[in-house]
Design a protein around this ligand. Structure first.
Ligand code: PGA
Length: 262
């Protein structure tokens, strides 16, 4: 598989940081990582909606890109509680996270809805970060590959080969995420990342090779090195272990030399 020239490292802060927390965190993270060459590192943070405007004023996209955790596919209308692409566009956000496991499994979002969000994100020139991952039950039934392929084929329906390079994908097995998560082994994760990459090639031909595929789910200081050396892992999408700027900075510094050397 083609090697990406950049390591992708990002975090979704879920519903944990206020505006003040987010600004402090971003200031600290940008200072700690300022010596790291952005030619080889794509660093991104995805805070809560209320913090987005302050976040995008705090750091430049060259240093840390900012993303939104969700987005409605409609531009306006009778959709109480939703946030439209036009509203997010106003505040300097570049990435839209789509279909995180909690959106799918706590809030009941479907592949068809994720697909509408992907297409809306592309239309409004955001980078869609589509998250996919199998549940424990699917893994036990040995149908993980089938589910990953369905999530990708439905979620990316209608995306053209010309637009494929604008996509980012995160593989996050549901059973590996969060406080009750069991980290996937590096070998298991790499095997599924390969299934994802092969599906992207099937969908987009060679353009599928340009789509970064990140791994997420209980990434921590003990497993980061094993994961990032795997051939099909282009970066890491981290929750708990990245919410302290010093901890995140350490993970990036653990991963970067190994990624560059593989
Ligand atoms: P975790 O979260 O690293 O805390 O398991 C990962 C995620 O939800 O993206």
């Amino acid at each position: 598989m083609k090697k990406m020239n950049k390591l992708y490292m990002g975090t979704n802060t879920k519903m944990y940081k206020t505006i003040a927390d987010t600004v402090d965190y971003l200031n600290e993270l940008s200072t700690l990582t300022e010596d790291l060459d952005r030619k080889h590192l794509e660093l991104f943070v995805i805070p809560s909606f209320t913090a987005l405007e302050s976040a995008s004023k705090t750091v430049s996209p060259e240093s840390i890109k900012i993303g939104a955790q969700n987005m409605c596919w409609e531009e306006q209308g009778q959709f109480t509680g939703e946030i439209s692409p036009l509203m997010i566009k106003e505040i300097g956000v570049s990435i839209i996270e789509i279909g995180h496991s909690e959106r799918r499994h706590v809030f009941g979002e479907t592949d068809t809805e994720e697909n509408k969000k992907v297409l809306a994100a592309l239309k409004h020139e955001f980078t869609p970060l589509l998250c996919v991952g199998e549940t424990l039950e699917q893994r036990q039934l040995n149908v993980s590959d089938e589910y990953l392929r369905i999530q990708l084929k439905v979620g990316l329906d209608g995306v053209t080969r010309e637009d494929a390079h604008k996509l980012w994908i995160a593989y996050e097995p549901v059973w590996a995420i969060g406080v009750n998560g069991i980290p996937a082994t590096a070998e298991y994760a790499d095997n599924k990342q390969k299934v994802i990459k092969n599906t992207l090639i099937e969908l987009f031909g060679d353009a599928g090779l340009d789509i970064p595929v990140l791994y997420g789910g209980s990434v921590n200081p003990d497993n980061v090195e094993g994961l990032i050396q795997m051939p099909n892992i282009d970066g890491l999408f981290i929750g708990r272990s990245a919410w302290d700027a010093k901890g995140f900075n350490k993970l990036i510094r653990q991963a970067m030399p190994l990624f560059m050397g593989k």
